[in-house]
Design a binder for this molecule. Structure first.
Ligand code: DC
Length: 220
């Protein structure tokens, strides 16, 4: 069974998906980590991010492994390195590259085949897993999302202001919503959860409840 969790940057998908997957004993697929890992690989290898052909060649020869708590790039642990503002600022051409997106979507489908999986990203319920049994779309105001993200970045030791985070987030929202292939939008059959005013545990509780309902419906 596949449960997809989509939503905009900073809405808390990663934390929610991680905790929900643990509670329902599903595996977790953080698809943003794939786009980030490939962006980091391009930056480290001096591949021009705007050169679509070079990027897809790099994607095909790059090993991205998602373990429960770690992301490996060609065997090296890049769990922290993929979360820096630098990587965030450079991810757009990778996410806008249709061939790269198709390559990663196929990888996501292979990883999920035959498994119980919570997947999170932007296009999971629409493009990657249109037939998923359970679909969630998380939303929150721009201010709430930026405040959550600011706390996260400061914990990682980054010296950023709320204005910096908001500016970058507005830019990412625009990019995510305007992408022609795999753009951010709720699937028609997704349940939309408004998370303003809810803490992490409350959001996790709601998503867990929804997934358990889906599990019950799927059980013979
Ligand atoms: O969720 P995140 O911030 O880790 O995602 C990193 C970037 O990857 C984000 O800018 C949008 C992109 N992305 C995407 O295009 N499709 C996905 N399924 C997941 C992420």
């Amino acid at each position: 069974m596949i449960a997809t969790i989509d939503g905009p940057a900073g809405v808390g998908k990663s934390s929610v998906a991680k905790e929900v997957a643990r509670r329902v004993d599903f595996q977790l697929l953080d698809t943003g980590a794939m786009y980030r890992a490939l962006t980091l690989a391009a930056m480290r290898n001096g591949v021009d991010l705007q050169d679509g052909d070079a990027v897809i060649r790099l994607a095909r020869r790059t090993g991205i492994v998602l373990e429960s708590n770690r992301v490996l790039l060609d065997g090296h642990d890049v769990t922290k390195a993929i979360r820096t503002s630098d990587v965030t600022a450079n991810v757009r051409p990778i996410a806008d590259n249709d061939a790269v997106r198709m390559h990663l979507v196929q990888l996501q489908r292979r990883l999920a085949a035959g498994r119980n999986m919570v997947t999170e990203g932007r296009d999971q319920g629409t493009l990657a897993f249109p037939d998923a049994e359970c679909k969630v779309f998380l939303v929150a105001s721009a201010e709430t999302r930026a405040e959550r993200r600011l706390i996260e970045l400061r914990q990682q030791g980054e010296d950023v202001t709320l204005q910096d985070v908001l500016r970058q987030q507005n830019q990412r929202d625009l990019e995510d919503e305007s992408r022609k292939f795999g753009r951010l939008k709720p699937a028609v059959d997704a349940t939309i959860i408004e998370t303003d005013g809810l803490d992490l545990q409350q959001v996790v509780d709601r998503v867990e409840q929804l997934i358990r309902q889906c599990i019950d419906q799927e059980s013979p």
